[in-house]
Design a protein around this ligand. Sequence first.
Ligand code: HEM
Length: 375
Amino acid sequence: MSCPYARNGADHDDNAAPLGIDDGMIYGEYLMLDKVLNAQRMLSTRDKRTVHDEHLFIVTHQAYELWFKQIIFELDSIRELMIKIIDESKTLEIVKRLNRIVLILRLLVDQVPILETMTPLDFMDFRNHLNPASGFQSLQFRLIENKLGLRSENRVKYNQKYSEAFGDNPDATNLIEESEEEPSLLNLVQTWLERTPGLEEDGFNFWQKFQDSVDQFLDDQVKSAMQEPSESAKNYRLMDIEKRRNVYRTIFDPKVHESLVSRGERHFSYRALQGAIMITFYRDEPRFSQPHQLLTLLMDIDSQITKWRYNHVMMVQRMIGSQQLGTGGSSGYQYLRSTLSDRYKIFLDLFNLSTFLIPRDRIPSLSSFMRNQLK
Ligand code: HEM
């Protein structure tokens, strides 16, 4: 077939040796636009009643899938850097690539309103052609979730069977299995956090110092509450302090921590959580500045994915309401709404760190040895 994106409309031969830069490829050849721009097959044309908006529907999904591909490319490279990491020389590159993922995700969130220019009636005009195709079968979306570290047991029940969507495609099934087995970004970040300098019990022993500081802080608050002239105000304050103590118990008692992990309410190992808190407190020290940036970007990734899930579910309600099943066989809107839960946040623990912060003047001072370590 004559190809308008090749020089002189030349035929594109799939079996020919790939063109090298020296062969003088032109724009369309380099980008293989003959393939990309010929991949919009509108099913509604089969009825001889082409639905204008089906074109937008296809292009939007394809644009998403291309960006998903780029996210996976970045994610794989970040994971590789983190597996190899023995010193901190790679942190800047990791931060750069994580930031790129965040920016792409922002774009994906902002892309939703473009598809919303299609009205539900326009969508109805071609929706019957889609069955049984559904975004639920997006292999790349599942790979992103798995590579980030979403565990099967944290998915809502319907979604726990997500891999069945690829049942008769061995390549897809293999990729899914690999992505479930290989170390996820969450695993790798955890291992990295566990090595945070300053956690060593026979060294700076941050965790013990932090615990002492919290105890002192709460004891001082009790003393101050006892001075309260009003009995009811005093009791209220004491009750509040006791509640705070119980909240801190969830991080200081390893057994409570483990039970939260087993319920899917906390994801990091005990030591990784300590590392994350330490980095948050001393983020102004030069050696912790990039690690702190890295942790912020991980939260940004979760935020953007949650925003995408929210925008998508709003769009779904607008297009098909809340009572129609999805073409993938789920309850549609109801199912998607349940994926907005915290169980889907990979780096949930980072969001919850703020619960455990203490005022700046209560943060344990660094020893001069430790300060030197963090230079
Ligand atoms: C008119 C627009 C859309 C409608 C009505 C719609 C509808 C749905 C519904 C009902 C589901 C639940 C699964 C099912 O039973 O089918 C779903 C899942 C999904 N859709 Fe869409 N969708 C739309 C646009 C998009 C776009 C543009 C993307 C971009 C890739 C997308 C990606 C996904 C993904 C990844 C899932 C799986 C989500 C999960 O399981 O957590 N959808 N969609």
